[in-house]
Design a protein. Structure first.
Length: 435
């Protein structure tokens, strides 16, 4: 199998990174943006915290998106290229669906909550599909030497989407109403389409996927052939567990601030605005440090910082703190989250063969989504059973299993994850896995 030609020696690196950042924005806006708004929207309407904690279940499409990723791999929309055609179409449909969320009115009535959950599920399906193609586009576009910077650019854009849609919608909701906030969020998604059409064009694959069977089986055979069964399972476990502390904390951070007595405008400013800005600073710092530390050391250092960030909420939960103290905790946790996200995206890209990037990245990110969506669904129940203080301690302790795996898979003095894709080393294996 011949690999696609990457633009390794061509100019335009900044244009590639700019496109990756813009598409990261498109990915973050519906995903994390709505993840910020919905819990706070429901909490302010008196919906019980244990029901709000179930919202991550609407994100199940992120877990199983690998099931339809081969369809997007096998039947690309050819204009403007095999990835951006799907991205532009999904952005349009997402814009309409997000705007439609504003037609609903939250209450404690079970039928109303099911309707809100249903629309959230549709948005999650569309957003997960968009992520499949954006992740593949980024992996296909960036040469190896730009992947650390590309991970930072993508994470920066992702957090920017969360900032603009999340904090912007909360500010609009606080000064006007939630229907207008959702309408504005949908309009934002529509404005992203021209940028997608103007992004750099991918080079054609020299050996494209020719049939659905190849699109389904080829990615699995290639990954197992490259890593071996045992190491493949270890790598998937690392992907599952590395960001578990972040996943458990995310759905409860907003309701915790509501429980602390903060209003929508304060939450929008501290968590969704200043907090996301802190995350973006963390992403930038993470990109700079990543280029110096390398893959493995970055995973260790940033993972430790992420666990420490969760402990900042624990300090707030231990007793009454000033608004400044709450803001400091939010900023610290978001900064460390930016570090963690940079290393994690680079890890996922390093595990993909460019020929099967859509399906392989969908599998890896779907495994991660088990922790951020399925495991996170227990967060509200954990709060109810253990209380806020012990809950935050548990989220920090959830980092331990990933560190145990990293001793073997990403040792401190290693150069990359054992099992990551290498063009030179795996070219022959890739040929033998093509069908």
């Amino acid at each position: 199998m011949e690999e696609p030609a990457h633009p390794r020696s061509e100019p335009g690196g900044w244009r590639r990174l700019g496109a990756v950042s813009a598409l990261g924005f498109s990915s973050g806006a519906p995903n994390s943006g709505l993840g910020e708004i919905l819990p706070i929207w429901l909490a302010t309407q008196g919906v019980p915290v244990e029901l709000i904690g179930l919202l991550p279940l609407a994100g199940l499409p992120y877990v199983i998106k690998f099931l339809w990723a081969p369809l997007l791999e096998r039947w690309p929309i050819p204009w403007p290229d095999r990835r951006r055609g799907w991205i532009a179409l999904l952005q349009v449909v997402l814009a309409l669906t997000i705007a439609a969320m504003g037609l609903l009115r939250p209450s404690t009535d079970s039928q109303t909550l099911l309707m809100i959950g249903g629309v959230a599920l549709v948005i999650a399906v569309l957003s997960a599909s968009q992520d499949i193609v954006i992740d593949a586009y980024r992996t296909d576009l960036l040469p190896d030497q730009e992947r650390g910077a590309g991970a930072a650019a993508s994470s920066l854009g992702f957090r920017g989407g969360t900032l603009v849609l999340g904090s912007g919608a909360l500010l609009i909701a606080g000064s006007a109403n939630y229907p207008l906030a959702f309408l504005a969020a949908g309009g934002l998604m529509l404005l992203l389409v021209p940028g997608t059409l103007a992004a750099p064009k991918l080079p054609p694959l020299r050996e494209p996927v020719h049939n659905l069977r190849q699109a389904v089986i080829g990615p699995v055979r290639e990954f197992l052939g490259r890593t071996g069964g045992r190491r493949a399972m270890q790598l998937l476990a690392l992907v599952l567990l590395y960001r578990l502390p972040d996943g458990l904390l995310a759905p409860m951070s907003g309701p915790f601030l509501v429980a602390e007595g903060l209003k929508e405008g304060q939450i929008g400013l501290i968590k969704s605005a200043l907090g996301i800005l802190a995350t973006m600073v963390g992403v930038i710092v993470g990109g700079v440090l990543f280029s110096r530390l390398g893959m493995n050391r970055s995973l260790w250092v940033f993972g430790l910082a992420g666990a420490a960030g969760n402990l900042a909420y624990w300090l707030v939960a231990r007793g009454t703190m000033s608004l400044e103290g709450v803001a400091a905790a939010v900023l610290m946790e978001n900064f460390s989250s930016g570090l963690v996200g940079t290393a994690f995206v680079a890890l996922l890209m390093s595990l993909c063969n460019p020929r099967y990037s859509a399906t392989q990245y969908a599998v890896f990110s779907g495994v991660y989504a088990i922790s951020s969506k399925v495991f996170a669904a227990s967060s509200g129940l954990l709060v109810k059973l253990a209380g806020w203080e012990h809950f935050f301690l548990l989220t920090a302790a959830a980092a331990v299993p990933a560190f145990l795996l990293m001793v073997r898979l990403t040792p401190w003095n290693g150069q990359g994850a054992r099992g990551a894709y290498s063009t030179e080393r795996d070219a022959e294996n890739s040929r033998s896995s093509g069908m």
